[in-house]
Design a binder for this molecule. Structure first.
Ligand SMILES: [Fe+2]
Ligand SMILES: [Fe+2]
Length: 169
């Protein structure tokens, strides 16, 4: 059993994860358009990850006998800069998501909602990984700078990223 307030907050997080998916799908389209197929692949895998996060929350709300409420998904920017700028924007967005998850944990703690506290542990760990991946990409992109060959090498490397669905609890 979870409270109505908690349900509302979790539904809000579903929307944020859906927006994350939409944002990375948009970034993937941009990368394809400018010929960076490896980066496009990386962002498409990211899109799949975000969809799986939304579904994890969706399943949890359902399992608690509460109603999933879906709201409009905000329009993503549509225009992006260099790969470095895209990853800086990605990191900023993930930091916003991390704060949002922490807010949910605060609420679960306030309400002594032990089930949701445990459920959210997975997301806390996931956010550490998300931010680490972005920081690593930013460091690499800063290293190569405007060198076209370096960018081409990174693009080749990102071609190999595969989506692994998170394990079901
Ligand atoms: Fe996410
Ligand atoms: Fe994410």
């Amino acid at each position: 059993m979870i409270s109505k307030k908690m349900t509302e907050a979790l539904n809000g997080q579903i929307n944020k994860e859906m927006y994350s998916a939409y944002l990375y799908m948009d970034m993937s389209a941009h990368c394809t358009y400018v010929g960076l197929s490896g980066f496009a692949n990386w962002f498409m895998v990211q899109y799949q990850e975000e969809m799986s996060h939304a579904m994890k929350l969706y399943d949890y709300v359902n399992s608690q006998g509460e109603k999933v409420v879906l709201n409009a998904i905000e329009k993503p920017p549509g225009k992006f800069g260099t790969p470095l700028e895209m990853f800086e924007a990605t990191l900023k967005h993930e930091q916003f998501i991390t704060e949002s998850i922490h807010g949910l944990v605060d609420l679960a703690n306030e309400e002594k909602d032990y089930a949701t506290q445990i459920f959210l542990q997975w997301f806390i760990t996931e956010q550490i990984e998300e931010e680490a991946n972005d920081n690593e990409m930013i460091a690499k992109l800063k290293l190569v700078g405007i060198d076209g060959n370096g960018l081409f090498m990174i693009d080749k490397e990102l071609e190999t990223r595969l989506f692994t669905p998170p394990a079901k609890e």
